[in-house]
Write a protein that binds this ligand. Structure first.
Ligand SMILES: *Cc1c(COP(=O)(O)O)cnc(C)c1O
Length: 355
């Protein structure tokens, strides 16, 4: 059994893998891979997945839950197209590679982007603060958790304008006040399910209000909401496995309980990083992510010894992203505290072995 610290596609509960595997062989006498997405069996899966999202995140009335394709990367485009209004301007916070991706796609659809806050001059090593949120734009966009750089917003930016958030890598890791947002989107493969589906939680009152002249049918969220997320063939298997994962999440105390477990895991690893003289973190304490934890060796000469230790301990996916270097421990919901303890013990072992 390996300890999967990979950044995504991510670890999911074993029970989800098992039930999903069983449904590939037999789902009411057919395989989940061959059933019609219009069959009553799959319509029930889609409806249960949507209602579990609403239950888990306490989504207020007046929002639609959609499972689309294209990943968060197409979400960048979809969000900007659907939020374009009279000014054709938008305010973006630039906290890393994914935020930059979102900025690029907003520009590509013709939005005049005002990057009013950025941590680029510090290689995205912190969450920007003390910025002034523009008021002459159609909407504000930010990335709640920066998967690559190990930073996370611990408060929602204050604005009275429509707010859009890419929550790909921390959705369902803690409670979130959905009423503050007009669009939340997230690729499934970070904390929700297998790759293939992209979750949108959309305030119904924004639907059909875009001023964009360019609006292909698939990119218009209203068309998806009007059809109950069945405008075309949805990613059937990904939605099914996400539904199983959400069932498991809700049955185990929901996002309130998982937040407590995630905090305990993050504290265990940050405490090792801070107290072990062989390692250092890359992010100031107040901006640290509970999902993706980045750290470096103090002495690069330890690299081979440390890599050997964690590889021997059956840890996978720990290598840092090339833009930060070092190590990144992604600790999505299904990663257990026992796996984190295996990691902290090999970190201690490294220091002990140096005498
Ligand atoms: C992984 C990731 C993306 C890209 O997701 P895709 O589904 O691969 O397009 C976007 N934003 C964040 C925050 C991510 O972690």
């Amino acid at each position: 059994m390996k300890h999967n610290f990979g950044a995504g596609p991510c670890i999911l509960p074993q029970v989800v893998f098992k039930e999903a595997a069983e449904a590939i062989v037999d789902f009411n006498g057919l395989s989940i891979l061959e059933i019609s997405h219009r069959s009553p069996e799959f319509v029930a899966v889609m409806e249960e997945a949507q209602s579990l999202v609403k239950k888990a995140l306490n989504v207020p009335d007046g929002y639609s839950v959609l499972f689309l394709q294209g990943g968060a990367s197409l979400g960048f485009t979809i969000a900007s197209l659907n939020m374009m209004r009279d000014t054709k301007k938008a305010g973006y916070i630039n906290t890393g590679a994914w935020a930059k991706g979102a900025i690029g796609e907003a520009k590509a659809v013709g939005i005049d982007v005002n990057v009013f806050a950025s941590s680029e001059d510090n290689n995205f090593g912190h969450i920007p603060k003390g910025y002034t949120v523009p008021t002459d734009v159609d909407y504000i966009h930010y990335t709640s958790n920066n998967t690559i750089f190990g930073t996370q917003f611990h408060a929602i930016p204050e604005t009275s304008l429509p707010l859009v958030c890419d929550m790909s890598s921390d959705i369902f890791s803690k409670p979130v006040d959905v009423s503050k947002f007009d669009i939340i989107y997230a690729g499934a493969q970070k904390n929700l399910g297998p790759a293939g589906a992209t979750l949108f939680i959309v305030k119904d009152s924004i639907l059909g209000k875009s001023t964009s002249e360019f609006m292909p049918k698939y990119l218009n969220l209203k068309n998806h909401a009007d059809k109950g997320s069945m405008l075309n063939t949805p990613p059937v298997f990904s939605v099914y496995a996400a539904m199983l994962n959400l069932r498991d999440l809700v049955a185990n105390g929901g996002v309130e309980a998982v937040e407590v477990r995630n905090q305990a895991k993050a504290e265990a690893l940050y405490s090792e990083i801070d107290n072990n003289p062989s390692f250092k973190g890359t992010v100031p304490v107040e901006d640290r992510s509970n999902m993706n934890i980045t750290f470096l060796l103090n002495d690069e000469a330890d690299k081979d010894a440390f890599d050997k230790l964690w590889n021997n301990a059956e840890i996978v996916g720990l290598k840092g992203h090339r833009s930060v270097g070092g190590y990144r421990a992604s600790m999505y919901n299904a990663l257990t505290i026992e796996s984190v303890q295996v990691l902290t013990s090999v970190m201690s072992e490294l220091t002990r072995s140096k005498g």
